[in-house]
Design a protein around this ligand. Structure first.
Ligand code: 13P
Ligand code: SF4
Length: 303
């Protein structure tokens, strides 16, 4: 099948099987192009619950599909590729959290959504890159154990002054962005505004014009006066921004950064998932019950 035939079969299958394709902003351009809904982690979780359709094909890494299943357990959530995981999510286990809870009594445990369903089941509250700061500000004075991203954790601590312990996990994609990349970009593209994802190192975050989730980057660009932007995040976001704002220029901060895990999802795998109904995400009911408390609390607090 050539590309054109593949796209047209996917469009037909979406209708025949009444499936909504939800895709994260880092997906391959051709996957973004067949998606019904594109978004960041918070938008995908929220919409997975609100959608009236009962069948979702979630094109993103595993924790995103799991989160959709946890917040909408009655729906069928399919993933085109079970092996598309997030290495940062694998840097902490449920067992680690149980041990930490004993070591840090009285702390509120807050997990970035980039964690497994089992880890979410052990914590008090979840957050995403778009609501982490606001949620911590609402917690006023609580002692917090933040996991697993040391960069997002350091940023929250720096911005809020919260009493926080931070687990030393990191994203191998964003953790490679350097201050020199930002400075070189500014020198090469005078007048460009530097927007960056909070999974990047703290010194680069502090030097940027805005620290934003992928969804917030869209709103920021829409409202900005600037015409050129240095983008400190995964390359899929540059395609997303270029598609939405063809009259603006977007440059990667340093080289183009790729999340190999997001890119494991291909158009061919999207087609196969729609055709066969494979592979449904299964999370056991007890884990759903426990993990939904921390995810629901997040959705409730970030209305
Ligand atoms: P967003 O929620 O900002 O899209 O981030 C998800 C992610 O995995 C970034 O690496
Ligand atoms: Fe995980 Fe980083 Fe990929 Fe996001 S970009 S899914 S945090 S590895």
């Amino acid at each position: 099948m050539n590309h054109h035939e593949l796209v047209s079969r996917i469009m037909d299958l979406k209708k025949e099987t009444k499936t909504v394709i939800m895709a994260h902003n880092y997906q391959r351009p051709e996957v973004q192009d067949v998606a019904d809904i594109l978004g960041d982690s918070l938008e995908l979780a929220r919409l997975a619950r609100e959608l009236k359709e009962e069948r979702i094909l979630l094109c993103g890494v595993r924790f995103m599909a799991e989160s959709a299943k946890i917040v909408a357990p009655e729906k069928t959530v399919l993933t085109p590729e079970e092996e598309a995981g997030c290495p940062m999510a694998d840097m902490i286990s449920a067992e680690d959290v149980r041990r930490l809870r004993k070591e840090f009594p009285g702390y509120l445990f807050m997990a970035y959504v980039n964690t497994s369903a089992e880890v979410k089941a052990e914590v008090d509250l979840c957050c995403t890159s778009s609501n982490a700061l606001a949620l911590v500000r609402k917690l006023k004075g609580e002692k917090i154990f933040f996991l697993p991203d040391k960069n997002l954790g350091s940023w929250i601590k720096d911005q809020t002054g919260a009493d926080m312990e931070v687990w030393p996990g990191f994203c191998y994609v964003h953790n490679r962005i350097r201050l020199e990349d930002l400075e070189k970009g500014r020198a090469e593209h005078p007048g460009a505004e530097a927007i960056i994802h909070p999974e990047s190192p703290l010194d680069v975050l502090k030097a940027a014009d805005a620290v934003l989730s992928t969804g917030q980057m869209i709103t920021y660009v829409r409202e900005a006066q600037a015409k050129r932007f240095l983008v400190g995040t995964e390359e899929g976001m540059i395609y997303r921004l270029e598609t939405l704002f063809p009259d603006r220029d977007f440059y990667p901060m340093g080289k183009r950064f790729t999340c190999e895990n997001m890119k494991k999802i291909t158009l061919e795998k999207v087609f196969q998932a729609l055709l066969t109904g494979e592979k449904p995400i299964n999370v056991d009911s007890e884990t759903i019950r426990r993990a939904s408390r921390s995810l629901d609390r997040m959705l409730e607090m970030s209305r």
